[in-house]
Design a protein around this ligand. Sequence first.
Ligand SMILES: CSC[C@H]1O[C@H](OP(=O)(O)O)[C@H](O)[C@@H]1O
Ligand code: HPA
Length: 260
Amino acid sequence: MGVNNQVAPVGIIGGTGLTTLSGLEITGERVVDTPWGEPSSVLVDGLLGDQPVVFLSRHGNPHRIPPHQVNYRANLHALQQAGVRTVVGVNAVGGIHADMGPAHIVIPDQIIDYTWGRASTFFEGELEETTHIDFTFPYSELARALLIDAARTVGCSFSDFGVYGATQGPRLETAAEVRRLERDGCDLVGMTGMPEAALAAELKMNYVCLALVVNRAAGKSDHIITMTEIEVAIDQGMSGVKRILEIAIGGLGALTPQPS
Ligand SMILES: CSC[C@H]1O[C@H](OP(=O)(O)O)[C@H](O)[C@@H]1O
Ligand code: HPA
């Protein structure tokens, strides 16, 4: 994996708080279908600066698809068909690590999957051979480096590491569940990180997560979690997420696909 001069569109999957991407100069919208069903939203084609982008809203637009019912396979397949080689998954998360409070941005380096019952692989049905992809490093290190450099330039509060614990949802966790996640080594908790990351890897796409902490995880503050505090953190932090994307996007577009 490296960089080249051929520009491919970058896929951005927007999550909670990023149903549309302001700043994207929209050039078109496509309703697409895939062998795995319909993606969550239309594909929005546009330019972020000079860089072609394909934007997809993970929970639909308006936000209506809960995390356990997102058709992750259709979303990733649709982006691949659109020529995307690199995908940025933007995620709202709960912070477990003490330094990861509301409006903090995290570019995680690892993930633990606690989800169940989701369609989590393209390798099923009548196959010619069994395939086991390597998933040691679930996020593209080159893409992470670009986001980390961009976050430094923005000067926002961010962490360049973090283990994302992907829970089933749609309910939030109990305090004891969060303590277990912490013992397991999770720094963040969200509901959509998997199988999105693994499906991108199966398609040999570069995948990276750009996470915005929108609340302290259950039991990690002196109050229960409210949608109001989440909305406040989104208002405070999403502008930083967008600035990071704007700065990193050209470099992300130049990344080549993962080697076979
Ligand atoms: C209380 S908000 C929970 C909701 O937000 C996150 O979505 P996304 O990762 O798409 O930004 C989380 O995973 C849940 O789906
Ligand atoms: O606390 C949380 N838990 C799971 N997913 C989340 N998405 C935002 N906050 C959270």
